[in-house]
Design a protein around this ligand. Structure first.
Ligand code: TYM
Length: 331
């Protein structure tokens, strides 16, 4: 494990996970464990940036998220699993980074702009919310991670991480690497309404969705607006139902594409076939979740032990950063 490159990534515990999380990031994490030293974090402080009023469900969400990770194959024997607030070094490095980060970088952040629009927040952005990418930079750089497997929406944040690392190194000497985002083949999964799949837009298909819910949601999906009747020629490249067939590797993909284009295959049948594929996929993807949900203490133990291990790495980096900044006083 020693010589392997380090990877860090995280997720906010905002409730049950959806297929956007899975195909955008989690699937990649499971594969990367084999060749990298991976550290995966449940970023509970990040969840507070937008949901600071509703903290009652946080504890349960943390356990649910960790249970989902373990169930899909994140292996605590191979990877380190942490709870962000159990590694307080992240907060100290965040504070140091906040001194060198121009506010303009954060105000220009396109992710923040989109979030404010979605949430109707415009004027009321909190100090912590504005600093979201600074905390993310500390999550990544405290482990000197060189790769960050995420969905496409996180790329601007990682660009800010790179800028912070560059600025720190320029001011105080070379301490941090400039990490790169690692995207999957499906870095932006769309929801049932055609917008980016997300919890807050309520347009998601959850990993723990019941078969009835899956069928209902898929029935309501938007398809190619130019295909109204079965006999109309469709454009699979513009249809999200088709993109989900591709994502789930439907062996009939080529056939569906051809028949859709020729007006021989209708959207209703297409959605029915997708529903059955999705139900089967969901049954397979999280086979052991109940076990982990029942054994909360086991999940907690994994996060506790992981955070303890991670703190050793984090403390060493923090010391190095403070030394570079001439803050390791020797009175
Ligand atoms: P979060 O919790 O919003 O999402 C977790 C991961 O899932 C990906 N994702 C998607 N990918 C494709 N299509 C979608 N519709 C979709 N929805 C979610 C996200 O891109 C992400 O990879 N800021 C992070 C958490 C974080 C973090 C970090 C990540 C905190 N510190 C350090 C990396 C490194 C977030 O809110 O992700």
């Amino acid at each position: 494990m020693k010589d392997k490159q380090i990877i860090f990534s995280g997720m906010r515990p905002t409730g049950r996970m959806h297929i956007g999380h899975y195909f955008g990031a989690l699937k990649n994490w499971v594969e990367l464990q084999e060749n990298y030293k991976c550290i995966f974090g449940i970023t509970d402080w990040h969840a507070l940036t937008t949901s600071f009023e509703d903290t009652a469900s946080l504890e349960n969400n943390i356990i649910e998220m960790a249970a989902d990770w373990l169930a899909v194959g994140i292996n605590p024997e191979k990877s380190i699993l942490i709870l962000q607030s159990w590694v307080p070094e992240h907060a100290e490095l965040h504070l140091l980074f906040s001194m060198i980060t121009p506010v303009g970088w954060l105000e220009r952040n396109p992710v923040l702009k989109e979030q404010l629009q979605d949430m109707g927040l415009k004027e009321a952005v909190g100090y912590g919310h504005l600093g979201y990418p600074v905390l993310m930079a500390s999550d990544i750089l405290i482990y000197k991670a060189v790769k960050v497997p995420v969905g496409e929406d996180q790329v601007p944040h990682i660009e800010i991480t790179r800028e912070i690392a560059r600025r720190f190194n320029y001011l105080y000497g070379e301490v941090f690497p400039e990490p790169q985002a690692l995207l999957t083949e499906a870095p932006r999964i769309l929801g049932i309404d055609g917008k980016k799949m997300s919890k807050s837009l309520n347009n998601y298909i959850g990993l723990s969705e019941s078969p009835e819910e899956v069928r209902k949601k898929i029935r309501s999906m938007f398809t190619d607006p130019e295909k109204i009747r079965l006999s109309d020629a469709g454009h699979p490249e513009r249809c999200n139902v088709f993109s989900l067939h591709r994502l789930l590797v439907n062996p009939r993909l080529g056939e569906i594409e051809k028949e859709c284009r020729e007006g021989k295959w209708g959207c209703v049948s297409c959605k029915e076939e997708l529903s059955e594929l999705m139900v089967k996929f969901l049954e397979k993807v999280v086979p052991h979740r109940e076990k982990y949900q029942r054994e909360k203490h086991l999940v907690k133990e994994i996060l506790w032990e992981g955070s303890k291990k991670a703190r050793q790495i984090a403390q060493a980096t923090l010391e190095e950063a403070k030394e570079a900044m001439k803050l390791s006083y020797d009175f």
